[in-house]
Ligand binder design. Structure first.
Ligand code: DI6
Ligand code: FE
Length: 391
């Protein structure tokens, strides 16, 4: 995953102190593992999720199947606000217990880093509750958990647009920063949510607190949010089905990663494809994530989204694989640490019993790594495989 996704035939990889110490050199080791010709890939990175939530929205799914649109449901007080009510009723303990199996499911398919956003609290106490939940998941699971403050997800019913933005920027953000509960901020720039001016204000304040910047842009319409977010230094712009070529150019010159979310495209039955040809032409790095959430992407599988990135968005298997490794790390600003098998990076990797990595974009379902390593420690393994290894 060092720029392209073609496999290398290396005899060995050495780990020391949780990091990759050498590649291709053989020598003495305290412990050796014979991978029996299995394929070694970096741990996958799900760089955009809303994996902490309560309740489900299967009734809204049924309503959409009957013809209602995502926007109509949102404007009627449902959508994100349905989940906000469920999260308000849940304790931090209940949120942790609800999210843990989702994360464990991702870990079992080889995801060693996950980003999780708040955004179903929408008041100070509940946003902090969500972010503490995210931090607690990171402290108790063998995964790298990145936390993003998405107070600007939608406007709650008890606020005007202006008074809610005041609350997000003047009260929530300082409280989040004071407790070090987030690594980045995010905002939903859309005609049913926030404006570019809101984003400018939020980003200025967040930069002052040392937070990284992300944005949901051009998901349902083209507002120019992607171009502006990139200019302001956003490490990624996410969704992007409605991004135009000017937006692509702005992202290219600013070095912002395009995070594509085929699960939401698929589940909402969208028809407008993200501008993959233009992103390629201008060499914008492309990441792929699950967007796991109860409204637009109840898809608890990054591998399913990897598959959809190829089948629905026509990414090449190499592009899709780089999208859940190298460029996902870049979207999180963690490309010096994770996302590829290189000396000095964290020893987060998986063994797969597959003929070639491209198989992961081809087969849908039934795929699991033989073993998952996080910081050099084996955290999950297939007993059958290990039994074989041990003779
Ligand atoms: N766009 C999305 O697809 C998710 N958030 C966003 O800004 C959906 C969140 C939800 O519907 O609960
Ligand atoms: Fe999202």
């Amino acid at each position: 995953m060092n720029g392209d996704a073609s496999p290398a035939r290396q005899a060995c990889l050495a780990v020391s102190g949780g990091r990759i110490a050498a590649i291709g050199e053989t020598g003495e080791a305290r412990e050796t593992v014979d991978a029996n010709g299995a394929c070694l890939l970096p741990g996958f990175i799900d760089c955009h999720t809303h994996a902490v939530y309560a309740g489900d929205r299967s009734d809204e799914h049924a309503a959409r199947l009957g013809g209602a649109s995502y926007e109509e449901i949102a404007r009627g007080g449902g959508g994100i606000l349905t989940t906000v009510r469920a999260v308000a009723d849940a304790s931090e303990r209940q949120l942790i217990d609800g999210a843990r199996p989702r994360l464990a499911t991702l870990l079992a398919e080889g995801v060693t880093t996950i980003e999780i956003k708040s955004g179903y609290g929408l008041d100070l106490a509940n946003e902090l509750k969500m972010l503490r939940t995210i931090r607690e998941l990171g402290a108790t699971l063998p995964m790298n958990v990145v936390s993003t403050f998405l107070g600007a997800h939608t406007i709650p019913g008890n606020h005007s647009h202006e008074s809610y933005m005041d609350l997000v920027v003047d009260e929530m953000l300082p409280a989040v920063a004071a407790e070090d509960l987030a690594d980045a901020v995010d905002i939903f720039v859309e005609n049913i949510a926030f404006t570019i001016a809101d984003m400018e204000r939020l980003f200025a304040a967040a930069t002052g607190h040392g937070l990284k910047l992300r944005a949901h842009t051009e998901q349902l319409s083209n507002m120019g949010g992607g171009a502006r977010a990139a200019e302001l230094g956003a490490s990624s712009c996410d969704h992007l089905e409605h991004l135009d070529e000017d937006g692509v150019r702005a992202m290219a010159s600013a070095g912002s990663v395009a995070v594509l979310l085929p699960g939401a495209f698929y589940f909402l039955g969208e028809t407008r494809l993200p501008p993959v040809a233009e992103l390629r032409k201008h060499q914008v790095p492309i990441a792929v994530a699950s967007d796991l959430n109860p409204g637009s992407s109840p898809i608890n599988s990054l591998l399913a989204c990897l598959h959809m990135a190829a089948t629905l968005f026509r990414l090449t298997p190499g592009e899709a694989l780089l999208g859940v490794t190298r460029y996902a790390a870049q979207a999180l600003g963690l490309d010096n640490e994770i996302g590829s098998l290189e000396v000095g990076k964290r020893a987060d990797f998986c063994l797969w019993e597959i003929s070639a990595p491209e198989l992961l974009c081809y087969q849908l379902g039934g795929l699991r790594p033989l073993a998952v390593y996080k910081d050099g420690q084996r955290v999950i393994h297939e007993q059958i495989f290990m039994d074989n290894l041990n003779g």
